[in-house]
Structure formats: structure tokens, C-alpha cells
Design a binder for this molecule. Structure first.
Ligand code: AMP
Length: 506
């Protein structure tokens, strides 16, 4: 099936061709026709599936008819985080480059008044995080009774972040006749209830998450000591051994504390490293990402949660400083390399505590990963399996990350709001009370400027020429697929596969 067969407008098809999309993805094939036919859609898809275009393309086609009125946006897209909202704006700018539409990005941390001025001029598309949107509505700056299309993106993540009560309030303000496009990677009971409440006879479309890793990725395990200092030294050894052919790399750590320690340590030892973790404000994150894209940073140290959903460019190497907590995270992490048939390298440091998760990873990807350098001896393996220690991160890490970095259900109150912030979850605006604030910064890069400009200016995307680089990035990038609803099967206490097989000494 081609994009032409989906019923999209000429302008949209032209932008799709410019973006280099040759064929629609599964979610696009399934969601675009009903979305164009004004039906509600329930999309079970993760970041990386092409779901943004699955709602953006039919919305753009639809927006060609009619005009926005002051303070009354025609379409509304709700995103759980500022970064995702900014990425959706990027997608609209790229795919809507032949349209003359006004887009307002309503996210925390950027000027409220400037956002308000855009809405006053009439926004065709509002992309917002729930807290900031509620702020605008409550100040009487925004009326939602002319919204024709509502998109709720990453609904399960909204649930994890405690946004559902806000979303319920928002939906009550929308016209009953609106079209709703609802996306979620998983379907917990609470989300199912919402779909029943918000959607009218929806067409359900499902895009399967990948469980396999690209054949073009050269995967290796390296035996590493559990002691942090010695492990960092091991990482440096591994990085040096892989310098040849390396253009850029992501180094994953499980805990945000380690991300910063690792970044500092690598910089001290002469590696050109930057970091991405949940405690950074969005300007700092965008600055880092821009520097990484531009090649000013070679090694990006990141946690899963900080990296999840971000349009990080493809890399030549992925290093897992910590073995991931769940097998799905492994697939997501290493999926950032070996794209589009190019060669990629993924090296995982494995301590004796990680043997169990490695077994679960090998089971998920359906193959054994060879050891590089010294392989664990029988004694080491036996000793490790006898000890039965909790997996990396200990009780704290497990509690916080037990379901893929989400706040565990048991820690939530009746409203579904998390009582405590998960260790690694970026803090986003979480209540309507939040006041706009700008984090103090000394230097701001292109990314941050873009974000501010995005938020503060009306986007008349007609004739916009500066999307070339972004298009390149977009094409090169395949964002992580959000794993969720997962079971950490290494809890099962199975004997790791490679404990029983002969070790590879290459
Ligand atoms: P998403 O799941 O919306 O975050 O999209 C993941 C990435 O895939 C983005 O970088 C998009 O630009 C890209 N993409 C979306 N649709 C297609 C397509 N049909 N062909 C190739 N790339 C696509």
C-alpha cells in the first residue's frame, strides 16, 4: 500500500515525499483511512511506529478546509511531556510545510503570554501538555468548544504521570461531535475505561512492537566487575577498543545518578561526553541533543527514561554500561544503532548480577549474544547463580523501574497521581497550579532556541525552508519503542541459557 492510496491531500503527499517516507508504516496504513473518514481511532502503538504521522497526516488534510477563530483552536493534541510535544510540533512543521496553518505549542517552562498571543490569533493546531493547557483554559485564554479533532497521545504514559483527571476535565469541555484519535502503547484497565468514555465506535489499529534486533547490529557482551569504579574503568577500556569506526555512541545507564557520574568520569578521562537525564530542564536536554546531532558530543550518556521517545539520531555504537532492567529496554536501546541496513555495534557490560536479565534478553531476541574478551568462568557463573542477589538497581531501582521506568501502581493514590516521583522519571508539569517558569541558564543552543521560538511564535509553516536538517534527522532516527506492560521474566529464576552452553572466547 502506498501513501497515495490512503486518500491524503496533494499537499500532504508532497510533504511526505519530501520527508523521504516511501511507504506507510502499519499504524499509518490502519489509522489514516478511518481518520480521514472522521471516525474515531484507537491506536495501539509505541513511539517509533510512525504514529505521529498517523494522526498528523489526516489532520493536515482535514485542516485544508475551514479556518481557525481567535482563542478557539480547531484541533488539540495532548502529549504527556514537553519533549514529546516539541517533537510533534516538529512533525507538523515538516509534514505541514505546504500548509498555511497556525500551530500553538502550550508547554510548561516557556512564556505564557506569548503562547496566549498565538491562541488569540487563532490556532489551527494546539499541541499541549495537560497542565499548561488547563492553565490557559482556567485563565479564560482558551476555549475548547470548537475543537474538531482531539488527539490523546501516549495515554498510558499520561496515566503514569497522573494526568488522567486533567484529561477528563479537558475532554468534558470539548464538543461531543469531535473526532478522537487515541494512542497508547498498552491497554491497562484504567486506559480501557477511558477509551470507552472518550471514543465512539472506534476503529482499533495495532502495531506490534519489535521483539527482534536488526541483523546488522553486531552484539557483544563484556564481563564487567560489579564495583562501580572498576566498572567505569572497564567501560573506558571497552570504549577505547571500539574507537575505530565509531562516529557517535549512546551509553546507557540505569540510574540517573550514574548518568551524571559516568559523564563526569568520561569527560575527566578525555572522552567527549554529554548526558541526558530526568533532572535536566528541557532547554538543557534540547541543547545536549542538538550538540549530539551536530557531532559536538561523541558519547551521549543517557537513562532509558530520559532517552525514551526522543528523536535521537541513529548512532554507530550503543554501549550498555548497565545491563537493562528489562529485555524490551535492551531491544529499544540497541535499536538506536544498525538502522537502515547500516552496520551498528552494541556492547553490554555484564556483571554477575546481570546473568539472569541477559538470559531473558537472549530469550526475547531469540539468539545468543557472544562474549567479547574474557568470558565468565563456570565458577563465576555458578557463584553468581548461587548468590541470588537482586538484579541491578537493588530494591530501590526495582521499585522505581519495575515496569519500565513507570511509577508503580502501588505508589499511587486513588486519583492515579503518583505519590512519589519514580527515581528516573523526568519531572513534568503535574498540576494546573504550576506557573510558567524559565529555568536559569547561561548558554542556550539552537535546540533551545527552536523550542522557545516554537512556543512563542505563530507557526506559519508555508514556505518554511529550515526543516532540511530536521528531515535528515527524522529520517535517520527511529525513536525507541516504549516498552510497557512488561514482565521481568528474569525474576522467574530460570537458569541463564549461556550458563549451560560453552563460552565463546573470541
Ligand atoms: P513516531 O513513532 O511518530 O515517533 O515516528 C518515528 C520516526 O519514524 C520519526 O522520525 C518519523 O519521521 C519516521 N517515520 C514516520 N513515518 C514514516 C514512514 N512512513 N517511513 C519512514 N519513516 C517514517
Amino acid at each position: 500500500m502506498t501513501f497515495e492510496e490512503l486518500g491524503l491531500s496533494e499537499k500532504v503527499l508532497k510533504a511526505v515525499a519530501d520527508a523521504g517516507f516511501s511507504e506507510p508504516t502499519e499504524i499509518q496504513k490502519g489509522a489514516i483511512p478511518p481518520a480521514l473518514a472522521a471516525q474515531d481511532v484507537l491506536g495501539l502503538a509505541q513511539t517509533g511506529s510512525g504514529k505521529t504521522a498517523a494522526f498528523a497526516l489526516p489532520m493536515l488534510t482535514r485542516l485544508e478546509r475551514g479556518r481557525a477563530r481567535a482563542r478557539m483552536p480547531r484541533t488539540l493534541i495532548l502529549e504527556p511531556t514537553r519533549e514529546l510535544a516539541a517533537q510533534v510540533l516538529d512533525a507538523f512543521e515538516e509534514l505541514g510545510k505546504y500548509h498555511k496553518i497556525n500551530i500553538a505549542l502550550l508547554i510548561g517552562g516557556v512564556s505564557f503570554d506569548r503562547q496566549s498571543r498565538i491562541i488569540d490569533r487563532g490556532a489551527d493546531v494546539v499541541i499541549a501538555t495537560p497542565g499548561r493547557l488547563m492553565d490557559h483554559v482556567e485563565r479564560g485564554k482558551l476555549l475548547l468548544n470548537a475543537v474538531e479533532v482531539l488527539v490523546i497521545d501516549e495515554a498510558d504514559r499520561m496515566l503514569d504521570m497522573g494526568f488522567i483527571p486533567d484529561i477528563e476535565k479537558i475532554v468534558k469541555m470539548l464538543p461531543f461531535t469531535r473526532q478522537t484519535l487515541f494512542f497508547s502503547a498498552t491497554m491497562p484497565a484504567e486506559i480501557k475505561r477511558l477509551t470507552e468514555q472518550f471514543l465512539h465506535l472506534p476503529v482499533t489499529v495495532e502495531a506490534q512492537p519489535p521483539s527482534s534486533t536488526a541483523e546488522t547490529i553486531d552484539q557483544k557482551l563484556v564481563l564487567a566487575p560489579s564495583d562501580d569504579k572498576a566498572k567505569r574503568e572497564k567501560l573506558r577500556e571497552v570504549l577505547r577498543a571500539h574507537e575505530q569506526g565509531l562516529t557517535n555512541a549512546i551509553i546507557f545507564a540505569n540510574r540517573k545518578k550514574n548518568v551524571e557520574i559516568l559523564r563526569k568520569s568520561l569527560s575527566k578521562h578525555g572522552f567527549n561526553a554529554g548526558s541526558l537525564h530526568g533532572d535536566m530542564d528541557q532547554y538543557a536536554r534540547l541543547d545536549t541533543l542538538t550538540a549530539f546531532r551536530d557531532g559536538k558530543i561523541t558519547y551521549l550518556v543517557a537513562s532509558d527514561v530520559a532517552a525514551r521517545g526522543l528523536d535521537i539520531p541513529a548512532v554507530s555504537h550503543v554501549f550498555n554500561y548497565d545491563a537493562p532492567v528489562s529485555p524490551e529496554d535492551y531491544v529499544h536501546r540497541i535499536g538506536r544503532t544498525g538502522r537502515a541496513g547500516r552496520e551498528g555495534v552494541a556492547v553490554t557490560l555484564v556483571t554477575p548480577d546481570d546473568f539472569r536479565v541477559m538470559k531473558a534478553i537472549e530469550k526475547l531476541i531469540g539468539k545468543e549474544i557472544p562474549w567479547e574478551g574474557h568470558a565468565p568462568t563456570e565458577e563465576e557463573i555458578e557463584e553468581a547463580s548461587r548468590r541470588k542477589r537482586p538484579a541491578r538497581g537493588g530494591a530501590k531501582g526495582r521499585g522505581a523501574r519495575g515496569s519500565g521506568g513507570r511509577t508503580s501502581r502501588s505508589r499511587k493514590g486513588r486519583t492515579g497521581k503518583p505519590k512519589a516521583q519514580a527515581a528516573d522519571v523526568p519531572r513534568e508539569e503535574s498540576s494546573v497550579q504550576e506557573k510558567p517558569k524559565r529555568a536559569p541558564r547561561t548558554s542556550r543552543g539552537k535546540g533551545a532556541q527552536q523550542a522557545r521560538a516554537s512556543a512563542g511564535k505563530t507557526r506559519e509553516t508555508q514556505g518554511k525552508k529550515d526543516t532540511g536538517q530536521r528531515k535528515e534527522d527524522a529520517r535517520a532516527a527511529k525513536p525507541a519503542n516504549k516498552a510497557s506492560g512488561r514482565q521481568d521474566s528474569f525474576h522467574e529464576g530460570n537458569m541463564p541459557a549461556f550458563l549451560a552452553r560453552p563460552v565463546n572466547k573470541d
